[in-house]
Design a protein around this ligand. Structure first.
Ligand SMILES: Cc1cc2nc3c(=O)[nH]c(=O)nc-3n(C[C@H](O)[C@H](O)[C@H](O)COP(=O)(O)OP(=O)(O)OC[C@H]3O[C@@H](n4cnc5c(N)ncnc54)[C@H](O)[C@@H]3O)c2cc1C
Ligand code: FES
Length: 302
């Protein structure tokens, strides 16, 4: 289909949908769950994919914001987005009530390859739990025993964790951690995971596959562990995104292999919006990423 040029950038017309806010709930400090009615997008959405969301009409803020599918309710034509208020766009989003409208472009990205067997380790840093929700539901409904799906879930402090009543709905073992020790294991979520799999941890727990989402610094440690232990890992990576459809090249991360766009460079780039956001551990040149210091995609617009 030919690209069109609606207000705000080049998008594929068939992927753009007006969505109605069904509900909005605050679940933890700065963390909200938004249910949106968007029959077209929910019908084709897969776990691990995302939408670019315009929080309101007009040019302020100008850019759409990327959000993963937290849950996909295709039968009802709805999706859930789980998000953390970090700036202006998400603050505006958090103030929308039922009946409000937002504009979505999606589903975008490659999505997870949903595993058929376990045991699985899911590692979530903070709001990184968002894309793992649908993955858990699909893995368990696809036949992976719930007790074989271990969620390692960490945040900076207890008030930033989703309540146990919400996480408990997945019906899988959850290993909590907080950086300040206010709930669960004290320390980073990756430390909790490595202690559990290490010599003093749970006997015989060796994941067949790892799925993770969180800050790049956390993902680096997950990737390092997965490569060292020869365990397959699917990492949901984030990068600052201006377009979400491969047009601005702002979401590039250094690739471990040649650029698939054929630049001829022995080590090129991957573009998180098009090539990802899900990547195997070995596909990124981790030593070239200055973790948590990614520049904005553009200094002119936000
Ligand atoms: C593929 C993908 C999926 C995502 N899914 C979710 C999700 O399900 N839930 C969720 O809460 N967030 C998600 N994010 C991050 C989310 O897009 C940003 O938090 C959001 O765009 C911030 O918008 P803002 O206007 O509130 O903040 P801004 O005012 O634009 O920025 C505020 C702060 O947030 C940082 N920030 C902005 N964009 C990002 C980003 N993409 N990654 C990390 N930090 C960012 C800025 O550097 C700044 O420090 C996802 C990002 C990507 C790339
Ligand atoms: S966000 Fe524009 S190319 Fe990826």
């Amino acid at each position: 289909m030919a690209p069109t040029m609606p207000a705000g950038g080049v998008i594929l017309e068939k992927s753009c949908e007006k969505a109605r806010v069904v509900s909005q709930e605050q679940l933890a400090a700065q963390v909200f769950r938004l249910r949106l009615e968007c029959p077209k997008i929910s019908a084709s959405a897969r776990a691990g994919q995302f939408v670019m969301l315009r929080v309101r009409e007009g040019n302020d803020p100008l850019l759409r914001r990327p959000f993963s599918f937290h849950r996909i309710h295709a039968g009802r034509g709805e999706i859930d987005i789980l998000y953390r208020v970090t700036g202006r766009g998400t603050l505006i989003l958090s103030r929308l009530g039922p009946g409000s409208e937002v504009s979505l472009v999606g589903p975008l990205g490659n999505g997870f390859k949903v595993p058929a067997g376990g045991p699985l380790a899911l590692i979530a840093g903070g709001i990184g739990i968002a894309p793992l929700g649908e993955l858990i539901v699909q893995a368990v409904s696809g036949g992976v025993p719930a007790q074989d799906v271990h969620l390692f879930y960490g945040a900076r402090t207890a008030s930033e964790l989703l309540p146990e009543s919400v996480v408990g709905e997945f019906g899988i073992p959850v290993h909590y951690s907080t950086d300040d020790g206010s709930f669960g294991y004290r320390g980073p979520v990756t430390g909790n995971f490595m202690d559990f799999t290490g010599p003093g941890g749970a006997e015989n727990f060796r994941p067949a596959e790892i799925f993770s989402c969180g800050p790049l610094a956390m993902q680096y440690h997950v990737a390092k562990w997965a490569l060292a232990n020869d365990v397959s890992a699917q990492l949901s990576l984030e990068s600052l995104m201006a377009c979400g459809i491969g047009a601005c090249l702002g979401c590039a991360l250094p690739a471990a292999g040649p650029d698939r766009r054929g630049s001829g460079e022995p080590s090129g780039y991957v573009h998180v919006c098009e090539d990802g956001p899900i990547f195997p551990a070995g596909s990124i040149q981790w030593n070239q990423i200055l973790v948590q210091q990614t520049p904005r995609p553009t200094c002119l617009f936000s």
